[in-house]
Design a protein. Structure first.
Length: 114
């Protein structure tokens, strides 16, 4: 059984993803921020939720970003501690969940934002 991608008419938003700054290894040019990436055809849903992370810290989220493997362009797997800019609001990435169906590749990614 194959699951259909999230319909494009539901993926009405676009965001800017900024990957976290890499660790500085001391060499020249290291530690620079990667270029921001525009991701189209995503969905942001405001959602307040309390999350307890692996290190036992509690985080209150402001929303969830859905990135579809087929319809979101480009399909990006964001890193924790990166930032998402949505409607001129910078939101910190708290956690990312890959959601699988019956395929080997993820169906979509749910990004918890603070």
């Amino acid at each position: 059984m194959s699951f259909k991608p999230i319909p494009k008419h539901l993926l009405i938003h676009e965001v800017i993803y900024q990957a976290p700054k890499p660790d500085d290894d001391g060499s020249m040019g290291s530690g620079e921020l990667p270029k921001p990436q525009k991701i189209e055809h995503v969905r942001f849903t405001p959602k307040r939720k309390r999350i307890v992370k692996m290190d036992n810290t509690e985080v209150l989220t402001n929303g969830v970003l859905y990135i579809d493997a087929v319809n979101s362009k480009p399909f990006v797997n964001p890193s924790e501690d990166g930032t998402i800019t949505f409607q001129n609001r910078k939101l910190k990435i708290v956690e990312c969940y890959e959601v699988f169906t019956d395929q080997l590749n993820p169906h979509h990614i749910e990004v918890m934002l603070q």
